[in-house]
Design a protein around this ligand. Structure first.
Ligand code: CP
Ligand code: NVA
Length: 303
């Protein structure tokens, strides 16, 4: 039966560990995986803009011996010209997998149901699993372990936060999520992460107070305005500026490293000087997007 990747929420800790190991192996020995997608084509469909996801899938698929067809949003959302289920059914006539960045998680569920081939979530409103895999690969390479490390996420509770929570819980990473009170993560997602964490020993907490970041190994942040959010910048700045990830917060928390999924907004959610500092893991995260995704493609499509 075909397997999709819409979220890691239904994965076991063992499967998550194995995927992380596969990503490391592919990064270290790419030649061994050069024909995994030989003769295969992947459609990558984007309802929203992308730099990292689009390019890392395209180049990554090429490195696995496959071919990627890019479809942009053309006239906005997919829905309208034809139904999502019909788009997915048609794409399965030619493609061996569908990578999709969509506004609504529901669209991905419809795709997964209608497509005869694997569907991979390249970001939706609720999750960004490909990002989380790359991020934990980065943490593994930096510290030699993920289990027992502590990541403090600071900023808007969003799709990236949700996937970090789920994948981190599966890998045994302690996490504290610090958001302004009315920008919490989805409470169903945090409950799911906490329930996974019971079997992996991870501690998952949330707060609106920056002092909760004390003792973290890594501070992580993301944009205060996700794609499609048209809240005026002035409104958002007023609420989020106290949550800026900057040198003072690094010092107060004692964290050695800082992470951001990007696109980053210098001197808003993170200072430009911190992005440019030796503490920043941003470019390793970006590089690891490709290795993580190649592990996902190998797992879902490899012989
Ligand atoms: N982090 C990430 O998904 O970047 P893009 O939006 O550029 O793909
Ligand atoms: N939370 C951001 C992530 C971008 C990669 C967004 O959804 O726009």
């Amino acid at each position: 039966m075909k397997q999709d990747l819409l979220t890691f929420a239904d994965w076991t800790p063992e499967a998550m560990e194995q995927l992380l190991t596969l990503a490391q192996t592919i990064k270290q020995s790419p030649a061994r995986y050069a024909n995994v997608l030989k003769g295969k084509s992947v459609v990558a469909l984007f309802e929203k803009p992308s730099l990292r996801t689009r390019v890392s899938f395209d180049i990554g698929i090429n490195k696995l011996g496959g071919h990627m067809v890019y479809l942009d949003s053309q006239a906005g959302k997919l829905a309208g010209r034809e139904d999502a289920i019909d788009v997915a059914a048609n794409l399965s006539c030619w493609a061996d997998a569908i990578v999709a960045r969509v506004f609504s998680h529901r669209t991905l569920e419809q795709f997964a149901q209608a497509a005869r081939v694997p569907v991979i979530n390249a970001l939706c409103d609720v999750y960004h699993p490909c990002q989380a895999l790359a991020d934990y690969l980065t943490i593994y390479e930096t510290f030699g372990q993920v289990k027992g490390m502590t990541l403090a996420y600071i900023g808007d509770g969003n799709n990236v936060t949700h996937s970090l929570l789920i994948a981190g819980a599966l890998l045994g990473c302690h996490q504290v999520v610090i958001t302004p009170a009315d920008h919490n993560v989805d409470q169903a997602v945090i409950k799911k992460a906490q329930s996974i964490a019971q079997s992996t020993g991870a501690r998952i907490t949330q707060s609106d107070n920056l002092s909760a970041a004390k003792g973290a190994d890594i501070l992580y942040t993301d944009t205060w305005l996700s794609m499609g959010d048209d809240t005026p910048l002035a409104t958002i700045k007023e609420k989020f500026m106290p949550y800026q990830v900057n040198e003072a917060l690094m010092q107060q928390s004692g964290a050695r490293f800082v992470m951001h999924c990007q696109p980053a907004h210098r001197d808003l959610e993170i200072t430009g000087s911190l992005i440019d500092s030796d503490s920043a893991l941003l470019m390793t995260q970006a590089e690891n997007r490709m290795h993580g995704q190649n592990a996902i493609l190998t797992q879902l499509l490899g012989a």
